[in-house]
Design a binder for this molecule. Structure first.
Ligand SMILES: CSC[C@H]1O[C@@H](n2cnc3c(O)ncnc32)[C@H](O)[C@@H]1O
Ligand SMILES: [Zn+2]
Length: 440
C-alpha cells in the first residue's frame, strides 16, 4: 500500500505495548505512518515487510506507551515551592488565590510551557488540565505538541479571566466548539468543586457537558472539611450531592476522591465515573489517601494525576507511580495491592479510559495514535532486568526517558526538547516572577 504520509520505524531491545509483562516483545518495533501506528512486531519482521523506511533505533531502549496525566494545573509551575507544608484551604486562600488574582495571560502561557517541558522530559504525552486563562494552556500545548484536555475553571466568584460567571459558561461553550475537531486538543467543562460552585452552576455545567458530549472535570471529596461543608449545606456527601444534580456519568472525571463512603464507591461503579488519583498532592497537603484498592475492586476506572506542581511539587508520573504502588501497600498492610502492573495500567490505558480516549491512546497497537516514549535501560539502577512493569514503577525515573513522540511527531530526542526552547522558558520565568511578586 503506498502512502504520501511520512513513515518511521521506532525500534529497541524491548517493546512493551501495554502495561502487562506478558505482552513484552524482545527486539520490538513500532511502524508509524503519519500520526498513526500502522504495525507492531519484531524489528526484523517490520524491516523485512517495510524495507528502506527511516528508523529510530535505540539499542538499549524500551519502547512503551506515553504516560497520561489526568489531573494537572500546568500554569501553577510558577508557584512551585512557594507555600509548602500547609493544609489545602490555608494554602489556597492565604497564598495561592491572592497571587492568582495577579496572573496575566503571558505568565499563564509561559508557566504552562514550563510544566509541559517537565512533562515531556518525564514521559507524559497526554494531560488533562484545569486552570484560569485556559486558552493559554491550549496554546502552549499546541506549541509543545502535547495531547491536551483543558478547561476554564468555573466557580461562583468573579474570575480573573472572565469576570462574571455567565461569561465563563459562554467561554466554555465557545471553547468546546472551537476545539471540536482539533487533532491534539480537546476542551472540557470544569466546575471547580462542590464547595465553590452553587447547585445551579453545577447543573448548568452538567447540561453544557451533555450537550457537547464532553468530559466534565471537577475536584471531588478532596478533604474532610469539604465533606463536612457539603453535609452541613446539603445533607449529602459530595458524591451524593453531584449525583442528585445529575452530574455523575461515564464522562465525569473526578479528581482526588480521598474521602469516600462505601456507598459513594458503589455510586461511582454504577455510574461509571472515572477517578484521577492525585496521591502525592494529597499526601503533601495532608488531605489523606484515597481508597484506590477498593475502587479498583469495584471495577471503577482509576487514572493518575500529579495535580499542579505547587502541591506535588513536580509533574513527574514516574515518581507518582512509585509513590502510588508503595503507599497503598503500607496503608492496607498488604503487599499485593497496587502491583506494578496495576499501577502502570492506571498511568497509561487507565488514563486513556478516564479521558474517553482508549480507542486512540494508552497502548501501542495498529490504528492508535503514535504516542510513545523510549526509556534508556542501560543504567545501573535498571540493571539487572527481570520484569519491565516492576522497573518502570519501582526503579525508573522521569529522567530515564530519552525520546518522545506524540501523534508520530518527535517532541524530544536524546533528551533535547524539539518543540520548546527550554532555556528560554526558564530564563523568561525568572523575569515573569519579578512582575508577579515584585518584593520577591
Ligand atoms: C485549578 S484551577 C482553579 C483553582 O483551583 C485551585 N487548586 C489548585 N489545586 C487545587 C486542589 O488540589 N484542590 C482544589 N483547588 C485547587 C487553583 O489554585 C485555582 O485557583
Ligand atoms: Zn487540582
Amino acid at each position: 500500500m503506498s502512502s504520501s504520509l511520512a513513515s518511521l520505524l521506532v525500534s529497541g531491545t524491548f517493546l512493551l505495548p501495554t502495561w502487562r509483562q506478558q505482552d513484552c516483545l524482545e527486539n520490538g518495533a513500532v511502524l508509524i505512518t503519519g500520526s498513526t501506528i500502522t504495525a507492531v512486531g519484531t524489528r526484523s519482521e517490520l524491516q523485512r515487510s517495510h524495507p528502506g523506511i527511516p528508523e529510530l533505533h535505540e539499542p538499549h531502549g524500551l519502547i512503551m506507551p506515553g504516560l497520561v496525566n489526568t489531573h494537572t494545573h500546568a500554569p501553577m509551575a510558577c508557584f512551585r515551592g512557594l507555600a509548602d507544608d500547609l493544609p489545602l484551604m490555608t494554602w489556597l486562600q492565604d497564598h495561592i488565590f491572592p497571587l492568582e488574582a495577579r496572573l496575566d495571560r503571558p505568565t499563564v502561557r509561559l508557566s504552562a510551557l514550563l510544566s509541559m517541558a517537565e512533562m515531556i522530559k518525564s514521559g507524559t504525552t497526554s494531560f488533562c488540565d484545569m486552570y484560569l486563562f485556559a486558552e493559554e494552556v491550549a496554546a502552549a500545548a499546541a506549541t509543545a505538541g502535547l495531547r491536551c484536555w483543558f478547561g476554564e475553571v468555573l466557580y461562583d466568584f468573579p474570575s480573573p479571566c472572565y469576570g462574571a460567571l455567565e461569561n465563563g459558561l459562554r467561554l466554555t461553550a465557545e471553547l468546546l466548539d472551537r476545539f471540536r475537531d482539533h487533532p491534539l486538543i480537546t476542551a472540557t467543562v470544569d466546575p471547580h468543586s462542590v464547595y465553590t460552585c452553587a447547585p445551579g452552576l453545577l447543573e448548568q455545567c452538567g447540561r453544557l457537558a451533555a450537550d457537547h458530549d464532553s468530559l466534565l472535570v471537577t475536584h471531588l471529596a478532596e478533604t474532610e472539611s469539604e465533606v463536612h461543608t457539603c453535609r452541613s449545606r446539603y445533607g449529602k456527601t459530595p458524591v451524593e450531592h453531584l449525583d442528585s444534580l445529575g452530574l455523575l456519568g461515564s464522562r465525569t472525571l473526578a479528581a482526588h476522591c480521598v474521602h469516600l463512603e462505601e456507598s459513594d464507591i458503589e455510586r461511582f461503579a454504577d455510574r461509571n465515573v472515572k477517578v484521577s488519583h492525585c496521591l502525592e498532592s494529597n499526601l503533601k497537603l495532608a488531605s489523606g489517601v484515597a481508597p484506590i484498592p477498593r475502587l479498583l475492586e469495584r471495577g471503577v476506572t482509576v487514572s493518575l494525576g500529579t495535580d499542579g506542581s505547587a502541591s506535588n511539587n513536580d509533574v513527574d508520573l514516574f515518581s507518582e507511580m512509585s509513590s502510588v504502588a508503595k503507599v497503598h501497600k503500607g496503608v492496607m498492610l498488604d503487599p499485593t495491592v497496587m502491583s506494578a502492573e496495576t499501577t502502570l495500567r492506571a498511568a497509561t490505558i487507565g488514563g486513556a479510559e478516564a479521558l474517553a480516549a482508549a480507542a486512540s491512546i494508552g497502548t501501542l497497537a495498529p490504528g492508535k495514535q503514535a504516542d510513545l516514549i523510549v526509556i534508556d535501560l542501560d543504567q545501573p539502577h535498571l540493571t539487572p532486568l527481570y520484569n519491565l512493569p516492576s522497573h518502570l514503577v519501582y526503579a525508573a525515573r522521569g529522567a530515564d526517558v530519552i525520546h518522545s513522540l506524540i501523534g508520530g511527531r518527535p517532541v524530544m530526542k536524546n533528551r533535547q526538547l524539539l518543540t520548546i526552547d527550554e532555556s528560554e522558558v526558564i530564563a523568561r520565568m525568572g523575569e515573569a516572577l519579578k512582575k508577579l511578586r515584585p518584593g520577591g
